[in-house]
Design a protein around this ligand. Structure first.
Ligand code: C2E
Ligand code: CA
Ligand code: CA
Length: 739
């Protein structure tokens, strides 16, 4: 067996085995050894280096010099000015920084280091070496420096880092993936539990993303997700971690955050930023987002508890009509089950005959003559009673039931309208999802011919969300429907993603001005009246009719007529009523509707009849909450409470509100809150902060997420035990009874 020992001067020897080879080798002289080292250096197989006792470089293979800037001396520089151990999370930094190893004069074995070479530069300029070295000592055992070798591992390092990144980050958006989010959440919650800190978790789910993906294609969907993640990165506070869990689901972890006021503000900002239009390959796309929020340790202590809580909150936000946020609360568990039940039952509602179409008149704003009716779906659930279409239509859209329901609605409405005298129009709502279905024109055509209704008497109400789909497909659908001869109305105008450009793109016959503009239009200094005027003049210029929706009060009706909307729809004339009622009314030959309603619109003042606890000293009382605003409340049930008394109102689930009695008469007190309440995202109010489970734990209770129910202040806040100061009366039945 031949062995080539390499090197220019080394001769080839024939040896029976390796040991013999060593025995038979002639020692090479110093010159030859140097030449051998030169060859190794030149080949780039390894480089050599040495330092003095101060850690300054005394030698480096000349081949290695080329990675440094030519103007740099290198020799004489400190080793830790040239190399640095990794701190980029690849795990290659090992435990000890290089300077530590050097100061300990330890052996260095295959230590990866970043070479601090040519400026900081981009990723492509970064060079990684693996260095190995041994400390050298003189005869007297004094340290004289290191001698070592180095080799370039830049390529391997890059590969390793990329693959570890792939395991932690989402390749589409660069955000953390589910795996990393779970790891981070677990680490954070574990550490925070010891340090008694809080952490908020937001779950986001994009609304209508599927539609964009289906109509514009997957590459466009991917681009949209990238743009969404960029927007998220711009808004979330520093120190947060954002992840994409898959599909159109995002998660944001915000450490040290438990302020529901701030979280609500952030959620609103996120919703409005994500709802701004996107430009994707020349198309305009519009989506929205729903957000669920849970906060540790209040809503969950363990990662899976917190994730589940934020999921439930998200589910509730979506059920509430999308584009909303929700905080987790204990009663969500129940409503999530309700929604699942509704979805189940909705599948059979049609065949069981639980659905019905009702009709609301649309009248001329001046003569009050009826022009047509809007068909609105009604569902009488055998167990839950009437369920609002605002609740079940979105569920139908999510569970692919909308096509069947929509087809039934069209047939039924056409059949019913065919019975009406004269040439009254029936308006049927069409979901954006029905609008992208190729079968819609056929479904409409069949409904008309089955009922024998002329196409001009059918109007389809469509919302602006249909415009976020593929432009060509949308335009083609509009053309097909127009060719059938049906009318088209743009519903809820001004609410979502209003763009006047839409009006030009589609052959609308009518614009329906959303209720929200009607609501404010009678108040001074409100911009609604100006907006209504603008919409009406625009519509007129484009030959479209306008309908103002949701008119309830006399002053609103007057204002709408004055602003010159063509038609009015609202409770002031009639709610949606069954076909039998329509026939009865029209059967009399009376085609006018009389306005009946309050003189002016009253702001919704919800009368509350909720039982809550009040804590005074260390006593709990049960009272009725009659009124609740951001800054105060009215309670009923305690007798003779002096003005100025400090109370704590217990709204349940750890929501304690410190307040002062500012008015008191008999069994009723007006309370003023020390800190105002904040929006709970669902039209209600909640406290900014809650009693911390850590605080309850330190008072001797087990550490757990806050269960439902009332809270007393933890021990130490109640003062000495005293007799109850106030008499509690039962006011729920209206009669004051001593309690
Ligand atoms: P929409 O199309 O905007 O319908 C008008 C809603 O406003 C109806 O609610 C109606 O009852 C209500 N409304 C009318 N006048 C007044 C008023 O003066 N004051 C107030 N506060 N409300 C008024 P409804 O029936 O609960 O329907 C809610 C939504 O459900 C509808 O909003 C529509 O988007 C959807 N929807 C209803 N029926 C159908 C249907 O057959 N198909 C589809 N796809 N959606 C439907
Ligand atoms: Ca409508
Ligand atoms: Ca509407």
């Amino acid at each position: 067996m031949f062995r080539n020992l390499g090197g220019s001067g080394a001769e080839q020897v024939r040896v029976p085995d390796a040991e013999a080879a060593v025995r038979e080798m002639k020692p090479i002289d110093a010159k030859e050894r140097l030449a051998m080292l030169d060859a190794i250096e030149d080949e780039g197989l390894a480089w050599f280096w040495a330092t003095d006792a101060e850690g300054q470089l005394t030698y480096l293979s000349h081949g290695a010099m080329s990675v440094f800037d030519p103007s740099r001396k290198v020799i004489g520089e400190k080793l830790n000015a040239l190399f640095e151990t990794a701190t980029d999370g690849t795990g290659e930094g090992r435990d000890r920084p290089l300077s530590f190893l050097l100061s300990k004069r330890s052996k260095i074995v295959d230590q990866p280091v970043r070479v601090l070479a040519k400026g900081s530069g981009g990723d492509e300029n970064v060079v990684w070496w693996s260095i190995t070295a041994k400390p050298q000592f003189d005869k007297n055992d004094a340290f004289v420096g290191y001698r070592g070798s180095a080799k370039d591992i830049t390529d391997e390092h890059r590969e390793r880092r990329d693959s570890s990144r792939m395991a932690e980050y989402d390749s589409l958006t660069g955000l953390a993936n589910r795996h990393r989010m779970n790891r981070r959440l677990t680490a954070t919650l574990t550490a925070y539990r010891v340090e008694k800190r809080s952490c908020a978790l937001m779950m986001l789910d994009l609304d209508r993303f599927k539609q964009v993906n289906d109509t514009l294609g997957h590459p466009a969907g991917d681009e949209l997700l990238r743009q969404v993640s960029q927007r998220l990165e711009r808004i979330v506070p520093e120190g947060s971690e954002i992840g994409r869990l898959g599909g159109d689901e995002f998660q944001v972890m915000i450490p040290d955050m438990d302020d529901r006021g701030e979280l609500g503000d952030l959620a609103n900002r996120l919703i409005s930023m994500i709802s701004q239009p996107y430009s994707i390959e020349g198309s305009r796309a519009i989506i929205g987002t729903s957000i669920g929020i849970a906060i540790a340790p209040y809503d969950g202590i363990e990662p899976n508890e917190l994730i589940k809580a934020s999921d439930l909150a998200l589910y509730a936000a979506k059920g509430g009509g999308r584009g909303q946020f929700r905080f987790y609360s204990n009663d969500l568990k129940e409503s999530a089950e309700d929604r699942r039940e509704i979805e189940e039952d909705l599948r059979d509602a049609l065949t069981r005959g639980e659905l019905e179409m009702h009709y609301q008149p649309a009248v001329d704003s001046k003569t009050h003559q009826v022009k047509g009716f809007e068909a609105l779906m009604r569902w009488d659930h055998p167990k839950h009673g009437p369920i609002s279409p605002g609740v079940f239509i979105p569920i139908a859209e999510d569970s692919n039931l909308i096509d069947a329901l929509g087809e039934w609605a069209l047939r039924q409405a056409c059949e019913d309208a065919a019975q009406w005298p004269g040439e009254l129009t029936v308006s049927v709502n069409v979901s954006a999802q029905q609008f992208v279905s190729d079968t819609l024109p056929t479904v409409v055509e069949n409904a008309l011919s089955n009922a024998g209704l002329p196409a001009r008497q059918l109007e389809l109400e469509i919302t602006e969300s249909v415009f976020m789909g593929d432009v060509n497909a949308t335009d083609a659908m509009f053309r097909k429907l127009s060719r059938l001869g049906v009318k088209l109305a743009l519903d809820d105008f001004g609410t979502g993603y209003s763009s006047l450009a839409y009006l030009r793109r589609a052959p609308f016959d009518k614009i329906k001005i959303d209720q929200s503009f009607v609501r404010g239009c009678t108040q001074d200094g409100n911009s609604s009246a100006a907006i209504i005027t603008a919409i009406i003049s625009l519509a007129r210029a484009m030959n479209m009719v306008t309908t103002a929706e949701g008119v309830e009060a006399m002053d609103e009706l007057e204002k709408i007529a004055q602003l010159d909307a063509d038609m009015v729809q609202g409770f002031i004339f009639s709610r949606a009523v069954p076909q039998a009622d329509v026939l009865e009314k029209l059967g009399t030959g009376e085609m006018r509707y009389e306005p009946v309603g309050p003189a002016r619109h009253r702001a919704d003042r919800r009368t509350l009849f909720r039982r809550v606890s009040v804590i005074h000293e260390n006593h709990h009382y049960t009272v009725m909450l009659r009124d609740l605003s951001r800054s105060g409340a009215r309670i009923e049930g305690l007798v003779d409470v002096p003005v100025g008394t400090q109370l704590v109102l217990d709204l349940g689930e750890g929501q304690l509100v410190v307040c002062t009695v500012v008015r008191s008469q008999d069994a009723t007190q007006g309370l003023s809150f020390e800190e105002p309440l904040v929006s709970d995202g669902a039209g209600g109010l909640c406290t900014r902060h809650r009693v911390s489970p850590y605080m309850l734990a330190s008072a001797g209770m087990p550490l757990q997420a806050l269960p439902a129910g009332n809270y007393s202040m933890p021990k130490g806040h109640g003062g000495p035990h005293t007799a109850p100061r106030f008499m509690q009366v039962d006011v729920s039945a209206g009669s004051a009874r001593a309690g």
